[in-house]
Design a protein around this ligand. Structure first.
Ligand code: SAH
Length: 390
């Protein structure tokens, strides 16, 4: 039986990182380790002073994820209180949807933990050794606080491999149906929480779809449509709509959701957006509203140059297809592409397209995906609503 808590000591540079508001310490900033994989550890500076408590990983480059700056007792009750605080934040947002993010990891001071609510089902992701080991505790707290019908551990994200954790999807409480019916504003979805992308839907775009609806009109093009998120929401304001996705399953999903929501002016095409934009231009098809919501082109920093040229290409081609007076809603969900860089890429595209572009709104991920100011990695989704002036 060990009586003293596990400890990890860190360098001066590591300490500075925490003092600057970040929550992560990299492996290269550890000096002494007296802890096991997944422990909640006391973090010490070079003089042995307590800096705070963190989740320890013995595998990933992110070796420590700070939980608190104090020596408070971190037990089941503590986790319950953090979960409840996250829930209170959502209640105050008065979200007009039955699917939303309940816990956004670092953004809710619950590093490496994601919890999404899909009506009465909770979908959980434990993305580090620390939260993974705590899954039974977290499950019990979630049941106690929210009384869900079922909880799905959707633990198939690749980042778990960096932690030495396996990819596994299983119901860990109650029953989790194949599809969960949820409402997002005026649109109803059948969310595939077991196999769909992310945890089933792109909940982070809810507010951007709502904002885009204010400008949508005429002929709409929704690129990278997935289940039709933007197309379904905007098509009611438009005369005709065209949704593109490379995945056959996604296209079937869009058609199904269009029928379910009584959307009759939407055409769905399975296509690679890069090719389709070129073909639409050749066919002289033009649009009044265009949405670009691609997957993260830059999953790693080394992929950045290629990613930026990809973003530039689709923005350039979209602007060529956009009639003057029309709106482009353009997004990047790469954490590595910051707001300034994204703006530069889009400007480069506008210049090459010979388009004069006005910034109508600068937006980000929905507020149920909070950004922690000291952790830039939590600010991953950038969205510009632009008007082509000429
Ligand atoms: N706009 C959606 C989310 C988009 S997710 C929403 O609001 O919910 C990104 C989608 O892009 C995925 O469905 C994926 O299948 C699709 N995709 C990825 N690469 C593509 C490509 N080159 N051409 C067309 N679709 C692509």
């Amino acid at each position: 039986m060990r009586h003293s808590p596990p400890t990890v000591s860190i360098t001066r540079r590591g300490l500075q990182r925490l003092e600057n508001g970040h929550l992560w310490i990299y492996r290269s900033d550890l000096t002494q380790i007296d802890a096991q994989a997944g422990d909640v550890v006391h973090v010490l500076d070079s003089h042995g002073r307590l800096i705070g408590q963190a989740l320890y990983s013995d595998r990933s480059q992110i070796a420590l994820r700070l939980l608190t700056h104090t020596d408070e007792r971190i037990d089941a009750e503590w986790w319950g209180a953090r979960l409840q605080a996250a829930s209170h934040v959502r209640q105050a947002l008065a979200i007009d949807a039955t699917a939303y993010r309940l816990v956004h990891a670092e953004g809710d001071l619950l590093p490496s933990l994601i919890v999404d609510r899909y009506d009465d089902v909770l979908v959980v992701q434990t993305l580090s050794q620390g939260t993974d080991r705590l899954l039974p505790v977290l499950r019990d707290r979630l049941v106690g606080l929210f009384a869900p019908a079922g909880i799905l551990a959707r633990n198939d994200p690749k980042v778990r491999l960096l932690e030495g954790l396996e990819q596994r999807v299983e119901a860990i409480y109650g029953t989790v149906p194949k599809r969960v019916t949820v409402r997002d504003g005026p649109i109803t979805y059948e969310a595939d929480v077991w196999r769909g992308q992310k945890t089933g839907l792109f909940l982070d775009q809810r507010e951007n779809r709502e904002a885009a609806a204010h400008y949508a009109r005429g002929r709409l093009l929704d690129c990278f449509s997935y289940q039709g998120g933007f197309a379904l929401r905007l098509s009611r304001h438009c005369e005709t709509a065209l949704a593109l996705d490379i995945s056959e399953d996604a296209c079937a999903g869009i058609r199904d959701h269009a029928a379910r929501n009584g959307v009759t002016n939407l055409e769905v095409r399975r296509a690679n957006v890069f090719d389709a934009l070129r073909e639409l231009e050749r066919a002289d098809d033009r649009f009044d509203t265009i949405v670009l919501d691609p997957p993260a082109f830059a999953k790693r920093k080394t992929a950045l140059p290629r990613a930026l040229s990809g973003y530039k290409e689709i923005n350039l081609r979209a602007l060529r297809l956009l009639r003057p007076g029309g709106h482009l809603i353009t997004c990047t969900c790469s954490a590595h592409v910051d707001e300034a860089t994204f703006g530069e890429v889009v400007l480069g595209a506008a210049v090459d397209a010979g388009a004069q572009v006005v910034v109508v709104e600068k937006r980000m991920q929905a507020r149920d995906h909070p950004v922690l100011l000291g952790v830039p990695e939590t600010y991953y989704l950038k969205c510009l609503i632009l008007r082509r002036a000429a």
